[in-house]
Design a protein around this ligand. Structure first.
Ligand SMILES: C[S@@+](CC[C@H](N)C(=O)[O-])C[C@H]1O[C@@H](n2cnc3c(N)ncnc32)[C@H](O)[C@@H]1O
Length: 270
């Protein structure tokens, strides 16, 4: 099996080109994290979203009255939401959160919906956190939202594809999404810390059946950092001159440990 630490930006773009056509069908109806962000922001605030994708979070935040800058490295994802973002006056920047350099500062920097887990190496994680810190206005906050560790994350057996949902696309086609997660055990390169960080290969399979009965199958496979807990994130924040000030366990802001998410709100370390 291929080494996930060799995963390149081009590999990522190839996977996202498969995922993008189905992204709205998959995540478009997810609004709980949007509600959370609306509650945590006020009209007039400057918001920077890193890994904004199609603008699923950026657009409603702009409609809420925030001045939103949406950054993403993927052309496929940005072009999916280009028109929506333009109409909502979201400023779109194609860039990599590991080395982004904008001249403005922001009241809130957001790394939402498990985007942080796309950063596989310790140096990538730290580079993204330092980018976030560099872009914070005085008194500004960073919010990161990712999937809490699950027993399945460290289960090394090969997982079979399981149906996640069946939905009707706007075109009328019936689409079935199946997914599997398989812990990578073939990480031969990188420094010892990177080798010790669990990475799972995620496979998404989309089967679309149109009105004539024609079936189209597309497959995307990509690596994701899993089993990322509070302790590890607290350490990463400290190494980036940041400190977590609030930790939550779900988009309803329940206490950390009681939900399937981890959400940290951090600020510059004092
Ligand atoms: C799970 S999607 C989340 C999209 C959006 N935030 C949402 O909530 O729907 C993750 C996004 O992060 C982007 N991404 C991953 N690594 C990135 C990086 N190093 N710099 C900028 N964007 C990145 C991907 O292109 C993708 O659009």
């Amino acid at each position: 099996m291929d080494d996930p630490l060799n995963w390149s930006t081009d590999d990522q773009e190839r996977a996202l080109r498969v995922i993008a056509p189905w992204y709205d069908l998959d995540f478009g109806s997810l609004t709980d994290d949007v509600e959370m962000l609306r509650e945590l922001t006020a009209p007039g605030q400057r918001v920077l979203e890193l890994g904004a994708g199609s603008g699923r979070l950026a657009v409603p935040l702009a409609e809420h009255g925030c001045h939103v800058t949406a950054v993403d490295s993927s052309e496929a994802m940005l072009s999916l939401g280009e028109r929506r973002m333009r109409n909502a006056a979201v400023r779109v920047v194609r860039g990599d959160m590991r080395c982004l350099e904008l001249q403005e500062r922001f009241d809130l920097v957001v790394i939402g919906l498990s985007t942080f887990q796309h950063l596989l190496r310790r140096r990538d994680q730290l580079a993204a956190l330092r980018t976030a810190r560099r872009h914070l206005a005085e008194g500004g906050h960073l919010l990161i939202d990712w999937t809490a560790p699950r027993v399945d994350d460290i289960e090394p057996s090969i997982q079979i594809l399981q149906v996640e949902w069946m939905r009707q696309a706007e075109s009328g086609a019936m689409v079935t999404k199946s997914a599997s997660q398989e812990l990578s055990q073939d990480r031969h390169c990188g420094d010892p810390i990177d080798r010790a960080l669990p990475i799972a290969w995620i496979t998404y399979q989309y089967d679309s059946v149109d009105e004539t009965g024609q079936v189209r199958r597309s497959l995307a496979r990509f690596p994701l950092r899993v089993n990322l807990g509070v302790g590890e994130m607290a350490g990463l924040l400290a190494q980036s001159d940041l400190q977590g000030v609030s930790w939550f366990g779900s988009w309803d802001l329940t206490p950390v440990g009681l939900g399937d998410r981890i959400i940290v709100i951090a600020e510059e370390a004092s």
